[in-house]
Write a protein that binds this ligand. Structure first.
Ligand SMILES: *Cc1c(COP(=O)(O)O)cnc(C)c1O
Length: 378
């Protein structure tokens, strides 16, 4: 049987031609293509400003920097995420205050946020896990009352909505990823969306060392000396990345609809299978369906994982909780039991293939294989 890859990207000939045109031009770094991509993304999101960066990790970090989060500060964030989320908090010099998950969605349990707020708390960094928007209305209201910034980790959720609001709408900033396995990709890449014009300006400076003129200013206009009023980083998206992303951004809705169709097939085919649990979708949610995960008993998870792989179905684990990764255990002394729901999800979860190129036949094969493997092992 042919292997069903865990992920296949959607870069097509049109995207490759656009990138090739940049490569044949003289100007490779941040310029007109990046500005055009930022504008397209801004229109898709319905946001005010988008700044193109090298990764979502960079976007999360710069978001914190732009809102003045630094040493001595705490940022509230879920234990159930990819380590990039809380690493960005450490990059800013602050520390994560982890919060446990909701059982059904795996998202940060908004109920527990207020209990984690201290005098040092500066921001909340929710993650829209698997493409399911966190409870942003609730989070916005807590942040508003307590004077906290909200920086959304939207790496899974370019397309998500919930309770009548979109991703990035209620947060001060939202961070997006164009990493190799994300819904649109340039191999590596990211962006931050914000509503506030001065913050967007600051972010444009912070992404390029803090200097006051980018290469495009120096290239297209008469040479003028530049200065460096503040210290920034080297996080600027380049024209090659932007050219690859431009066409993908135009198709983002169609791709998401295809993933939703596959997810519906998975839910139909796997609902009620003994020994297998599915994640839930909250009411009034338009799920971006970045990842589709199943849960099996912890003692059986790794056996099921290997058996699926051996049967030719690509799988992954998203995620083992951050606080139990070795660096976090060592630095902060976390012990198992600190965030029981996140830990349970981390020990039970398996991600299945989910991408627009997955055919109906392949999706059927995934369902059949999962049913067979789980009934044997779980
Ligand atoms: C992929 C991912 C990131 C990091 O994205 P990069 O672009 O690789 O920096 C951050 N958070 C989550 C939840 C992710 O899945």
């Amino acid at each position: 049987m042919r292997k069903i890859e865990f992920f296949r990207h959607n870069i097509d000939e049109r995207d490759i031609r656009r990138a090739a045109a940049v490569l044949r031009s003289v100007f490779l770094t941040t310029g007109a293509e990046v500005a055009a991509f930022e504008d397209g993304m801004r229109r898709y999101l319905g946001s005010e400003h988008v700044v193109g960066l090298t990764s979502c990790t960079a976007a999360l970090h710069l978001g914190l920097e732009a809102w003045g989060v630094g040493p001595g500060d705490e940022v509230i964030t879920p234990a159930m995420s990819f380590c990039a989320t809380s690493n960005a908090i450490l990059h800013a010099g602050a520390v994560p205050a982890f919060v446990d998950s909701e059982e059904g969605t795996g998202n940060i349990d908004a109920e527990l946020i207020e209990g984690r707020i201290t005098r040092r708390t500066k921001a909340i960094m929710p993650v829209h896990l698997y493409g399911h928007l966190a409870d942003m209305r609730r989070i916005r209201s807590i942040a508003g009352r307590r004077g906290l910034a909200v920086i959304e980790d939207a790496a899974h959720c370019l397309e998500g909505r919930r309770d009548g609001i979109r991703v990035g709408q209620l947060g001060d900033a939202a961070a997006f990823s164009f990493y190799a396995t994300k819904s649109i990709t340039s191999g590596e890449g990211g962006a931050i969306s914000v509503h506030d014009a001065p913050k967007a300006d600051l972010l444009r400076h912070l992404r390029l060392h803090g200097i006051d003129k980018g290469a495009a200013d120096r290239y297209t206009k008469r040479y003028r000396h530049w200065d460096m009023p503040i210290l920034g980083w080297k996080y600027n998206m380049d024209n090659i990345q932007a050219a690859l992303l431009m066409g993908q951004m135009n198709d983002v809705g169609a791709r998401c609809r295809r993933r939703r169709r596959i997810a519906e097939e998975y839910e139909r085919g796997l609902e009620g299978v003994p020994g297998l649990t599915l994640m839930r979708t909250a009411p009034c949610t338009e799920h971006a369906r970045h990842l589709f995960t199943i849960r099996v008993r912890p003692a059986r998870r790794d056996k099921v994982l290997v058996a699926l792989q051996e049967a030719g179905v690509g799988v992954a684990v998203n995620y083992r909780p951050i606080h139990l990764l070795r660096y976090y255990r060592t630095r902060f002394g976390f012990k198992p039991g600190a965030f029981p729901v996140a830990e349970r999800i981390g020990s039970e979860t398996i991600s299945l293939p989910l991408y627009p190129k997955l055919s109906d036949r392949e999706a059927e094969t995934v369902v059949r294989t999962v049913r067979r493997v789980v009934s044997r092992h779980a």
